[in-house]
Design a protein around this ligand. Structure first.
Ligand code: TRP
Ligand code: SF4
Length: 526
């Protein structure tokens, strides 16, 4: 970045991660840093988040935030979509740090939780009070006040507390116990690598991380089920770690194997390839054996193999050592941390031909998917969690009304769900737009709806479920028929109405909140 460029924005005018400190090309996903993303494409390329559009068709009655691409990415959402479609168990959970007023950005997450609840998922909303205290230094009094506000808005928007679960981290003993358990599988080096923690990071902050891991897995304490965590992409490091840790708790690892010994992924691909190509009828007793595969590999010109030299030499060694052992595809259950009883129970549970080794069992008549199910069942029956890796969906961050990023510390940049309706009206009226210099130019060239925070308000909130309305605003804007003055007036009025209604509902659900099973006052002091 050169010195004369604006600090908060990249060349494209989009807000950039780290408020510019990291340079326009960097994407940083930092749960406690700036929640702005310069380039959503990079999240797919660099972090392996998948595009939501690709699963959209599998989702029953997709929410408008899904249809409009506001929810832009996911990890492993398919099992959740399938469970919703089939009416099977699923869960949704997200958490809120009570550091300020809930605002229209939080509304996206409230809506996502509520929508999943309405589609039949078990819904969980939690107050991340330990995190607010440890990572943000909030006092317990402040936390209580904000927590109440988040919960009222969540209920006002339609969360059903009788069907769903609300809790705060600090008073949920099960979450704390689970956090302690999971903590045994995580260590400081890993936190360092993921979050940039160092020698100065306080221990409570680290504890808030394992607590979040426990939050994410909490719905599965009742039994494994597809669980989705709707969050902003800044939370992706947490999601990845939770997926990892969930895997580490598992008793067995299911994989595919071709002989008694273990192969690395690249080695296995190579053997699979030759197993496919070679015809057993060409060998002495109609048996394809490890030596045969080794010979075939050695007889293949290097450039046709396209594997690194060390993979090649290690796979050859393994095959040659196994010698006359037949090559036969099988499903492997590797014993990671099962008790002896669980390992025995697994052996009993496997149907058909099987072979038992010291640390694994090979099954010859079970496919991978069946094997995963079986491994989970045996684990749960034998006192394990059987966690499925949690899934996630990611929504775009809203642009601030003043341009740049929406920030809780800049009141004019966002609209609080507690803002006086008139204030909401005024904030929209003074928002920046994607409009042209003059009305004439706007009529001629059209507005830039894609860069307009006011258009975002329509798409993310004001148009509600009415896709046609959202599309009309867009088309009229880019077609030059819509001018910013009227457009903002309409949006401002809709915002005023929304806030009035929302705040009325908040008042109505006060009783519901008092009756809900969550502690509204922290027992802690100072
Ligand atoms: N870390 C989240 C935030 O900063 C809050 C949170 C705590 C959370 N536990 C969670 C989010 C579990 C999703 C799932 O807002
Ligand atoms: Fe934004 Fe509306 Fe102006 Fe288009 S007409 S740039 S949507 S304010």
């Amino acid at each position: 970045m050169t010195g004369d460029e604006p600090v908060e924005e990249s060349e494209s005018g989009e807000p950039i991660a780290d408020g510019g400190a990291a340079g326009a090309d960097d994407v940083a996903l930092d749960p406690w840093g700036s929640s702005a993303v310069s380039d959503y494409r990079k999240l797919f390329e660099e972090f392996g988040i998948e595009e939501f559009d690709e699963v959209l068709e599998e989702v029953p009655n997709p929410h408008y935030l899904m249809r409009r691409g506001v929810i832009f990415g996911h990890r492993d959402y398919r099992p959740v979509a399938e469970a919703l479609r089939e009416g099977e168990d699923a869960a949704v959970l997200s958490g809120f740090m009570p550091t300020g007023d809930p605002h229209i950005g939080h509304k996206l997450v409230f809506d996502e939780i509520i929508w999943h609840q309405q589609q039949g998922a078990d819904a969980y909303g939690l107050i991340a009070d330990l995190e607010a205290n440890s990572a943000r230094g909030m006092s317990w009094d402040e936390i209580d006040e904000h927590a109440r506000d988040y919960l009222l808005s969540l209920l006002a928007l339609g969360f059903d507390p009788d069907e769903g679960t609300l809790y705060r981290q600090s008073t949920n003993r099960e979450v704390q116990d689970l956090a302690f358990d999971i903590g045994a599988d995580a260590n400081f080096s890993e936190f360092q690598a993921i979050y940039g923690f160092d020698g100065e990071t306080d221990v409570s902050h680290m504890q808030s991380v394992v607590t979040q891991m426990a939050d994410i897995l909490y719905p599965q304490l009742e039994g494994p089920k597809p669980t989705v965590i709707p969050v902003g992409p800044d939370q992706d490091p947490h999601v990845r770690l939770a997926r990892d840790l969930a895997e580490r708790t598992r008793f067995f690892k299911v994989s595919k194997a071709y002989a008694s010994f273990e192969l690395e992924d690249a080695e296995r691909d190579l053997v699979a390839d030759f197993h496919e190509k070679l015809d057993p009828a060409e060998f002495d007793d109609d048996q394809l054996r490890c030596v045969h595969v080794a010979e075939a590999i050695e007889g293949t010109p290097l450039e046709e193999l396209s594997v690194p030299a060390d993979t090649l030499s290690s796979v050859l060694t393994k095959l040659e050592e196994a010698g006359m052992e037949p090559v036969r595809p099988r499903t492997r259950f590797f014993d990671r941390r099962a008790t002896d009883e669980a390992f025995d129970a697994l052996i009993d549970a496997i149907d058909g031909e099987k072979r038992v080794y010291e640390n694994h069992v090979d099954a010859f008549e079970i496919d991978r998917a069946e094997a995963e199910e079986l491994a989970r069942e045996v684990e749960v029956d034998n006192g394990g969690y059987g966690f499925r890796p949690p899934s996630s969906i990611y929504h775009r961050f809203m642009t601030g009304l003043t341009g740049g990023k929406m920030s809780s510390s800049v009141p004019a940049s966002h609209i609080s769900l507690l803002d006086d309706p008139e204030t909401g009206y005024d904030k929209v009226k003074s928002a920046t737009t994607g409009g042209r210099e003059t009305a004439e130019e706007q009529r001629e060239k059209g507005g830039k709806a894609d860069e307009c925070p006011v258009y975002e308000l329509y798409a993310y909130l004001l148009a509600g479920d009415d896709d046609e309305f959202a599309k009309r605003v867009y088309d009229e804007c880019v077609g030059g028929e819509r001018l910013c003055g009227d457009c903002k007036e309409q949006a401002a009025q809709l915002m005023r109405e929304f806030l009035e209604e929302h705040q009325e509902k908040r008042a109505e659900v006060e009783e519901l909140l008092e009756a809900a099973d969550i502690e509204l006052e922290s027992p802690r002091k100072a």
